[in-house]
Design a protein around this ligand. Structure first.
Ligand SMILES: Cc1cc2nc3c(=O)[nH]c(=O)nc-3n(C[C@H](O)[C@H](O)[C@H](O)COP(=O)(O)O)c2cc1C
Length: 260
């Protein structure tokens, strides 16, 4: 396909309007939406075209609730206690809640509402498909994984396709896979990579936040004036939190009062 400015403008508009939403309305979505979204995802790039992904589409309310309860019980609990190790302002926006830790944990466990979304796509990875790619891509000790790179590409295409259909989605990271495997009957050898709820947002649209390009782009060779020392990175993290905590709260419609 010959590229042109119109196609570029459409793409830029799409990537800028896509946003993570953490509060969904239960309203149904058109029947063929999921098929359309997964068709796009299947065109993701992957090492040696090994296509290491599979998808489970869950619409049954009881199963969605089980997945979400497992998320609160295992994932949220684990992450919550990990975040307590950090200085308050450096914590992930979700875990900047003051007061009694147990109460704050209960608040965090209860607030995930993605089971309300009409559909949830569970992205699975099959590591054996990496056998299709070069051995160097799965050498122990090297920070490369053609498995997770491919899964991330497919997942992002799901998010973009959803945005192109006027819907919204959330990237629900999985840190502890076993409970979802039990609920969905997933074979041990496969990896539960990601949960993507999709549906209509229950929060208003908002503008995203990104680093300016002149900070991240180097011309011809690495520009050391842009290199961040470890201390710079911590300073950056503080400023990032200042910018993204309100955006994050808006994505799940948490009020300042609720956060106290
Ligand atoms: C690797 C990765 C992990 C993420 N984990 C979560 C998550 O567990 N829960 C969540 O609600 N959003 C998660 N996100 C979404 C990011 O918070 C979000 O993309 C980022 O803040 C930019 O906001 P935007 O998507 O609205 O542009 C994750 C995104 C990525 C790529």
């Amino acid at each position: 396909m010959a590229g042109n400015n119109e196609t570029y403008d459409m793409l830029l508009k799409l990537v800028k309007t896509r946003m993570s939403v953490r509060k969904f309305r239960p309203d149904p979505i058109p029947d063929d939406t999921i098929d359309k979204v997964l068709e796009v995802a299947s065109w993701a790039m992957s090492g040696a075209n090994s296509q290491p992904w599979e998808f489970i589409v869950v619409t049954d309310p009881d199963t969605k609730k089980q997945l979400r309860d497992a998320y609160s019980e295992y994932n949220t609990d684990f992450i919550f206690w990990m975040e307590q190790q950090r200085e308050y302002k450096l914590r992930h926006p979700s875990y900047q809640v003051r007061g009694d830790p147990q109460e704050s944990l209960r608040f965090n466990k209860a607030k995930a509402n993605w089971h309300q979304a009409p559909a949830v796509i569970v992205v699975l990875g099959d590591g054996r498909r990496q056998w299709g790619t070069v051995m160097g891509a799965h050498t122990f000790g090297r920070d490369q994984s053609h498995l997770t790179d491919g899964l991330a590409n497919a997942s992002f295409l799901i998010h973009l396709a959803i945005a192109s259909l006027g819907l919204t989605s959330e990237w629900v990271s999985i840190h502890i896979q076993e409970p979802y495997k039990r609920i969905l009957g997933i074979p041990d050898l496969l990896m539960v990579y990601l949960i993507i709820p999709i549906g209509h947002p229950d929060v208003p649209a908002r503008e995203g936040v990104r680093r300016p390009l002149n900070e991240t782009v180097h011309r011809e060779r690495y520009d050391m004036s842009k290199y961040m020392s470890n201390e710079d990175v911590i300073r950056y993290l503080y400023s990032l939190r200042e910018a993204t905590v309100p955006v994050h709260s808006a994505s799940r419609a948490v009020t300042v009062e609720e956060k106290k």
